[in-house]
Design a protein around this ligand. Sequence first.
Ligand SMILES: Nc1nc2c(ncn2[C@@H]2O[C@H](COP(=O)(O)OP(=O)(O)OP(=O)(O)O)[C@@H](O)[C@H]2O)c(=O)[nH]1
Ligand SMILES: [Zn+2]
Length: 207
Amino acid sequence: MAQVRARVELNVGQRSHIPAEIVSFSGLKDGVEHVAVIFNQADQNQHTPLIRMHSECLTGDVFHSSRCDCGEQLNESIELMHQQGGILLYLRQEGRGIGLYNKIDAYVLQSQGMNTYEANNHLGFADDLREFSDAVLMLQALNIKQVRLMTNNPKKLNALRDAGIEVESVVGTHAHIKSGHVGNRAYLETKIQHGSHMLDIKKISKP
Ligand SMILES: Nc1nc2c(ncn2[C@@H]2O[C@H](COP(=O)(O)OP(=O)(O)OP(=O)(O)O)[C@@H](O)[C@H]2O)c(=O)[nH]1
Ligand SMILES: [Zn+2]
């Protein structure tokens, strides 16, 4: 595994010039470049860093599609890590691991009435293809042994615990609910019911 680092300044939401260090990893098991973004030198601080393992969502992260909450969660994480320090692992696991082409195919099925998991299954995929061993390797390479984990997904929590990384606490992200013709409320509710997500739908984000 190899890594390269450079300093960057990020401009997210209302905040500009957020200092960060971007680290790209190659030679990982997934065969793709996963990325770590380090805020306030969290890999060198004494206290327990905030960590988010964020799975790539081009439509949500870049274009802020109303179908999901990914871009808003990403920005929420960056803003909190700017305040408290932390490490964002940006994992190239588009569409819960099925890739963009298949995710868009799944969107077509969802428009016909399937939920996100049914659509994945209809296309011949399991509910969720992700596993987080590369994220563990990245944390180990960054010398992180104990974390405060930003997630509502119990699978991420268990993946770290099983790998021997201590999760001191879990910090839930807010519910970023979007209405409209193709909103994300059903997507979020399905994650809670079917995916055992700990998302508190009443903990709605401020606009
Ligand atoms: N297959 C499929 N994937 C989707 C759909 N909507 C979003 N995704 C993907 O779901 C993943 C969401 O990842 P995360 O932001 O890490 O969210 P999460 O696993 O729900 O966990 P937390 O946000 O940490 O609580 C991304 O890879 C998205 O591309 C969909 O309708 N179908
Ligand atoms: Zn998304």
